[in-house]
Design a protein. Structure first.
Length: 145
């Protein structure tokens, strides 16, 4: 004989997992050169022997991989150069008077006493205020009196 179930809950609720148990998700939308080569080898390994991959297609895929790798290297070099130029610009503003937009959008002027070049974007210290390099609108050279 079986025992009947007297009540069945209509909903089951559970607490969401805490942040320490959730794995981080990585961006997999772009293929690395290593992954590309693995796919290319797999394609050659499992190709139809009666209809092999054309040599020109293989060379085009290899050339494409080389172009992508070169563009990634150029992009990284360009980003590094731009950061170095911003750091140089910020350092050259020390000792000068600048006009900048404050957080409320008002135009302010002051003497640049320091430049901070660490982090993603250089900042200037103007009259005790931290000013982003992109907020500077005018730089006035020190007077030579």
């Amino acid at each position: 004989m079986t025992t009947p179930i007297t009540s069945i809950p209509s909903t089951i609720t559970t607490a969401p997992p805490d942040a320490s148990t959730v794995a981080s998700v990585q961006d997999q939308s772009q293929l690395s050169s290593q992954q590309f080569l693995q796919l290319l080898v797999a394609q050659l390994k499992y190709q139809d022997p009666s209809n092999p991959v054309d040599n020109s297609t293989l060379m085009n895929e290899t050339a494409t991989l080389n172009q992508i790798s070169t563009m990634q290297q150029l992009s990284q070099a360009s980003t590094s150069q731009m950061q170095a130029e911003q750091q140089q610009t910020a350092a050259s503003m020390v000792g000068r008077t600048v006009t900048y937009l404050d957080s409320s959008g008002a135009t302010q002027s002051g003497y640049v006493s320091a430049a901070t070049i660490s982090g993603t974007s250089p900042t200037l210290t103007v009259g005790g205020q931290v000013v982003g390099l992109s907020q500077v609108q005018q730089v006035i050279a020190p007077s030579t009196a």
